[in-house]
Design a protein around this ligand. Structure first.
Ligand SMILES: O=C(O)C1=C[C@@H](OP(=O)(O)O)[C@@H](O)[C@H](O)C1
Ligand SMILES: C=C(OP(=O)(O)O)C(=O)O
Length: 449
């Protein structure tokens, strides 16, 4: 359904030292949620630092289609006049979420808890992604899929129940999107909705629910898990949300600064929520020089400035239980691993196969094409770092995946020969200012006409 833009090839070359300061755009997870909670509150929510990437803009349009007044006041500054839990209307046209898993899945939760009907659609990547993980718990709540593509995929039409049922649900895979969809549906259920996760995933929904006035309790569950209880049908009150810089976007200049010799880069205001910092932990284990300065709070989250200096890295073993805290960072970690000395084992990556692309396969193929020794064993990716990368392979296939595109452009900054990616357009979904900000640090990367 999304209009298909022409692919734009991009290339990155070995660069001199990267120097300077950079603020990555607003966190994508928080930006989607700030808009959605704005829709579900009664009155005016103000958002500062919203990520104005394609994924989030699709969520803004969906909020408007469900009844909110959504207005851009200036760069990253948005106002949402919400209609309140229970006050949504059925949209007149299908909701087009483009490339965005988070936006579409969270909004399915919202629709699935309300007596309304909406059709969800997206681009070829989103149409290929599994949605049963959301539709299964929504069916228990009382929602019905009245039409869908084979395998429960997009495009699909979802009809919410007259009265949503409060459920207790254990998520079958570690997924903040599944957890959040159930909680968002539970908002309009009379009674307590409970979500159990065996491994804790990013908790921005729980934090924002609280900031908007809902009653939520979170307790530890088992060795790595959590049990979350939400009291349904609250009157959410509007809030002011300041969105910190996205650690998943900051990861690209961070790894670039580690592998371009002589670099020193400061990344400002990066969110350091412990459920998002697995990459930092892993890079530090690899010997990376990353100093954390000016720890403070912003938008209900911890943030810090990160001072990153280039230096040698060594291979490490990344345990599977760390995956939820760095799930979107494996592609760029694999690039760092290629520049390290020794083997890096990244284990338990099954969820990577159902992202915007099959990232396990896409990363492996891109590494091998550029002369890196890497192999996939079951759900594990093993990279044999040799302290450098030849580069110069055929264009890396990005499969409509922004993180594959950015990761391999970062690789080119330290490789012996330029690294090319077949399409850089998807970068606009999460980090529209990536190219100018990177070149501003001294990175040699450009799109080709
Ligand atoms: O809840 C969120 O904002 C997200 C959760 C993760 O997905 P899963 O829930 O599928 O792991 C992550 O990959 C995605 O980029 C954002
Ligand atoms: C997986 C990602 O996003 P989404 O699931 O929202 O498409 C991502 O941004 O890496």
């Amino acid at each position: 359904m999304s209009s298909v833009s022409e692919p734009v090839v991009a290339v990155a070359r070995r660069s001199g030292p990267l120097k300077g300061r950079l603020r990555a755009p607003g966190d994508k997870s928080m930006s989607h949620r700030a808009l959605i909670f704005g829709l579900l509150a009664v009155g005016e929510t103000r958002i500062e630092g919203l990520l104005e990437g394609e994924d989030v803009l699709a969520t803004a349009r969906a909020c408007a289609a469900l009844g909110a007044e959504v207005e851009r006041l200036g760069e990253g500054r948005w106002r949402v006049r919400g209609v309140g839990v229970g006050g949504l209307r059925s949209p007149d046209a299908p909701l087009d979420f483009g490339n965005a898993g988070t936006g579409s899945r969270l909004m399915m939760g919202v629709v699935g808890g309300h007596p309304i009907t909406a059709t969800f659609d997206g681009d070829a990547s989103l149409r290929s992604r599994p949605m049963r993980r959301i539709l299964d718990p929504l069916a228990l709540i009382g929602a019905e899929v009245t039409a869908c593509a084979e395998g429960g995929k997009l495009p699909l039409t979802l009809k919410g129940p007259e009265t949503a049922l409060p459920i207790t649900y254990e998520t079958p895979m570690p997924s903040a999107q599944v957890k959040s969809a159930v909680l968002l549906a539970g908002l309009n259920a009379p009674g307590v909705t409970t979500v159990i996760e065996r491994e804790a995933t990013r908790d921005h929904t729980e934090r924002m629910l609280r900031a908007f006035g809902a009653e939520v309790t979170v307790e530890p569950h088992g060795e790595h898990g959590r049990l979350i209880r939400l009291v349904g049908q609250p009157e959410l009150r509007p809030a002011v949300v300041r969105v910190p810089a996205d650690p998943s976007s900051a990861a690209f200049p961070l790894v670039a600064a580690l592998i371009a010799p002589g670099s020193e880069v400061t990344l400002e205001g990066v969110m350091t929520n412990p459920l998002r910092t697995g990459l930092m932990l892993t890079l530090k284990e690899m010997g990376a020089d990353i100093a954390t300065e000016n720890l403070r709070e912003e938008g209900g989250e911890e943030v810090a400035d990160l001072v990153v200096r280039a230096g040698p890295l060594k291979g490490v073993d990344v345990p599977p239980e760390r995956a939820p805290t760095m799930i979107d960072e494996y592609p760029v970690l694999a690039v760092a691993a290629a520049f390290a000395e020794g083997e890096t084992q990244m284990r338990g990556l099954h969820e990577l196969t159902v992202k915007e692309s099959d990232r396990l396969a896409a990363v492996h193929a891109g590494l091998v094409a550029n002369g890196v020794a890497a192999r996939v064993e079951g759900d594990d990716l093993i990279v044999e770092g040799r302290g450098g990368v030849a580069g110069g392979g055929a264009p890396v296939r990005t499969h409509l995946d922004h993180r594959i595109a950015m990761s391999f452009l970062v690789m080119g900054l330290g490789a012996d020969a330029p690294v090319t990616v077949d399409d850089a357009t998807m970068i606009a979904t999460s980090f529209p200012t990536f190219l100018p900000l990177m070149t501003g640090l001294g990175a040699e990367m450009e799109t080709k006409a």
